[in-house]
Structures are given as structure tokens and as C-alpha cells.
Design a protein around this ligand. Structure first.
Ligand code: NAD
Ligand code: IPM
Ligand code: MN
Length: 358
């Protein structure tokens, strides 16, 4: 039995999570898995409205013993400032559960045209491995001389040796396991003259253990350009927290819609639960109208099944997504972001049926 904490969060999270669960339940029936869902209302701005904080004080006790967390999205900037809602929930999970790997696959799927002319499935198929607990997302900083002409704010990037090496090791291991065995490092060591040269040094050091992995590096500015110009170059791209954040929206945008992109916030040592959430946010502009594409959420379910030791079921969910997409917007229920008119639940149902029929 797997005990999974389910947190829908805000906005379209409340619409995509039920579709994720629908598909996972279909996979559980098909593969005789025992998945237990425990729903939690915290880590949402609704919870904040009632309690004045994003989570109860004992949140760690409530979900820390689960095998995984299935998460929607958080953020409702009209009522709670984003830095308050995010540092009070998602970023807390990442840091306190030491989910230092944020694994974000980026793949051009059948049936969805890429905005990049002439690209077809197979041309874009890489992972962004994002450092997820330190780097530019640090809590070291401050605001001084507030309200005066001398006002100054600063936030210190933090790259520890252990923190850098462990994310690089994960990325190199992943690259080594793939046919192309190619790792690209995102840097900015020409301009950011202390932390980024250090990052480069650690890459060179780690590469010594992986003689069969081809390694290159790009400064982040030209790397974003190459994602658009030459996405076929990439296999595994390892990046700091902020660079990885940016790359993992840009990559999926090159595959037609950010809404299909999943992410796994992993604690590889399994000392804490890992968290599975789409790359996208709560999308206040479309929330509550049944317009959200649930594929990112459903693909997260596939990654979670794999993490929980059910690789066949995980692969079946991904195949079901591909099958439905292959049919194209005329024959399958595509949501508006992919050029269709179907609703969130129409698409979720079609994928669940494809899992059952496989
Ligand atoms: P967003 O990803 O929520 O939305 C960006 C654009 O993409 C919007 O036009 C939205 O409608 C569209 N979009 C996103 N997901 C979609 C889906 N599944 N189907 C169809 N269209 C989709 O990013 P944002 O607008 O910058 O942020 C909105 C809120 O979400 C903010 O509070 C932000 O902090 C938060 N956020 C949370 C997460 C998370 O929980 N992991 C991630 C990103 C942003
Ligand atoms: C993501 C999001 C978060 C991040 C925000 C909401 C704090 O953009 O998961 O990519 O920056 O990590
Ligand atoms: Mn992001």
C-alpha cells in the first residue's frame, strides 16, 4: 500500500488534481495497486484566509510519514502576496523535506505542434535537472535603511559544496543512463564572478567520475537562445535553482504548451517524501472555468508511480497521454491551450479510459 498526501492548493490545482487522481485510480485498478489518498486543505491561500498562515504548525507530522505528495499549485496573488504563500508552503516542502532535485522532463509530444517551425516528436526530448534547495533562492538577506534614500535590499546566493555536488551527481547519473550520455551545464561565470566559476569548477571535478558522459556548458543567456534555435542538442541540462526555473518554463513552451510539463521534487535518499507537481502555477486567469489542461498533473502521476516502485503503471500513464494526444484536436478532447475546446475533465476522462483500455 502507498499512502499519498494530496494537496490541491489554489486555482487550477483544484481542477487538475482530481483529474490526476482519476487517471491514477484507473492505473491502480489496471495494475492492482493499493493507493491511499489522504487529502489536506493546507498549503493554499484559502487556508491562509481562515488561519492567517499557509499551513498548520504540525504540517510536517501530518504529511512527513507519507510515501509521496501529489501537489497541484499554490498562489493567489489577489489575496496573499506570492512570496508569502510560496515561502509558506511549496518552498518550505522543498527545503524541509530536502527535495534537492527538481527533475523536469521536456518532450515534444505527438499531436501538439511546436511553435518552433518544423520540429517533430523526438526532436525535443530532454530533462532539466534543477537544484531545488539553495542557490539564488536563499533566505539570507535583508532590507536596510527602509524608507530612506539609503534604502538597500540584498539577497545572497548560496552554493554549498555538498549542495552543488549532490545535484551534479544526480544529473551526471541521469545522463549516463541515457543513450546520448550528454550533460549540459547552465552557467553565467562570465558575469557572476564568484558563485558561477565555483559551479563550473565542481562540474569539471564531477565529470572526472563520468568519462563516458559528454559535457558542455553554456552561459544562461545563450542557452535560452539555443533552447529555441537548437533544442535537439540537449539531453540532460543541469542548472542552479533560478536558471533551472527559467529553463523549465522555456523548454516546455517550445513543445507547444507549458501545461503538459511535470516536475518531481525528489529527496533521492528517501529520508522524506518526494513531491510531484506540474511546472505551471495556479493560473488565476483561467481558474474555475474548466479550461485547464490536466496533462502536466497527470504526467506527474506517472513520475510518482515510477518513484513509488510501479514503473509499468507509470509507463502506462505516459503512453495513455501520448495515445490521446496522437489522435489530435479533431478526434480527442484537447483543451484550449492545445487548440481544442474540451474541458479539463473531458481530457482527464479520455486519458483514464486510455489507461483502462491499454
Ligand atoms: P501560471 O503557470 O499559473 O500561468 C501562466 C500562464 O499559463 C497563464 O496564462 C495560465 O492561464 C497558463 N496556464 C498555466 N497552466 C495551465 C494549464 N494547466 N492549462 C492551461 N493554461 C495554463 O504562472 P503565473 O501566472 O506566473 O502564476 C500564477 C500563480 O501561480 C502565482 O501565484 C505564482 O506564484 C503561482 N505559481 C505556482 C507554482 C507552483 O505551485 N508550483 C508555479 C508557478 C507559479
Ligand atoms: C516553480 C515555480 C516556483 C519556483 C515558484 C512558484 C516559487 O515557479 O515551481 O517552477 O520558482 O520554484
Ligand atoms: Mn517556475
Amino acid at each position: 500500500m502507498n499512502k499519498i498526501a494530496v494537496i490541491a492548493g489554489d486555482g487550477i490545482g483544484k481542477e487538475t488534481v482530481p483529474e490526476g487522481l482519476r487517471v491514477l485510480d484507473a492505473a491502480a485498478r489496471k495494475f492492482s495497486l493499493d493507493l491511499q489518498w489522504d487529502h489536506f486543505d493546507f498549503a493554499s491561500c484559502d487556508y491562509y484566509a481562515k488561519h492567517g498562515q499557509m499551513m498548520p504548525d504540525d504540517w510536517k507530522d501530518q504529511i512527513g510519514g507519507h510515501d509521496a505528495i501529489f501537489f497541484g499549485a499554490v498562489g493567489w496573488p489577489d489575496t496573499v502576496p506570492d512570496h508569502v504563500s510560496l515561502w509558506g508552503s511549496l518552498l518550505k516542502f522543498r527545503r524541509e523535506f530536502d527535495q534537492y532535485v527538481n527533475l523536469r522532463p521536456c518532450r515534444l509530444m505527438p499531436g501538439i505542434p511546436s511553435p518552433l517551425v518544423g520540429r517533430k516528436p523526438g526532436d525535443i526530448d530532454f530533462y532539466v535537472v534543477r537544484e531545488n534547495t539553495e542557490g539564488e533562492y536563499s533566505s539570507v538577506g535583508g532590507r536596510m535603511y527602509e524608507g530612506t534614500d539609503r534604502e538597500v535590499v540584498f539577497q545572497q546566493s548560496v552554493f554549498s559544496r555538498a549542495g552543488t555536488d549532490r545535484i551534479l551527481k544526480f544529473a551526471f547519473d541521469l545522463a549516463q543512463s541515457r543513450p546520448k550520455k550528454h550533460l549540459t551545464s547552465a552557467t553565467k561565470s562570465n558575469g557572476i564572478s564568484i558563485t558561477m566559476p565555483y559551479w563550473d569548477e565542481r562540474v569539471v571535478e564531477m565529470a572526472k567520475n563520468y568519462g563516458d558522459v559528454k559535457v558542455d556548458k553554456f552561459h544562461i543567456d545563450i542557452l535560452t537562445a539555443q533552447f529555441v534555435r537548437n533544442p535537439q542538442w540537449f539531453d540532460v541540462v543541469v542548472a542552479s535553482n533560478l536558471f533551472g526555473d527559467i529553463l523549465s518554463d522555456l523548454g516546455p513552451a517550445c513543445t507547444g504548451t507549458i501545461a503538459i510539463a511535470p516536475s518531481a521534487n525528489i529527496n533521492p535518499e528517501r529520508l522524506f517524501p518526494s513531491l510531484f507537481e506540474p511546472v505551471h502555477g495556479s493560473a488565476p486567469d483561467i481558474a474555475g472555468r474548466g479550461l485547464a489542461n490536466p496533462i502536466g498533473q497527470i504526467w506527474c502521476g506517472s513520475m510518482m508511480l515510477e518513484h513509488l516502485g510501479h514503473p509499468e503503471a507509470g509507463a502506462a500513464v505516459l503512453t495513455a497521454i501520448e495515445k490521446v494526444l496522437e489522435a489530435g484536436p479533431k478526434n480527442a478532447p484537447f483543451t484550449p491551450d492545445m487548440g481544442g475546446t474540451a474541458s479539463t475533465s473531458d481530457l482527464g476522462r479520455a486519458i483514464a479510459e486510455a489507461v483502462a483500455a491499454a
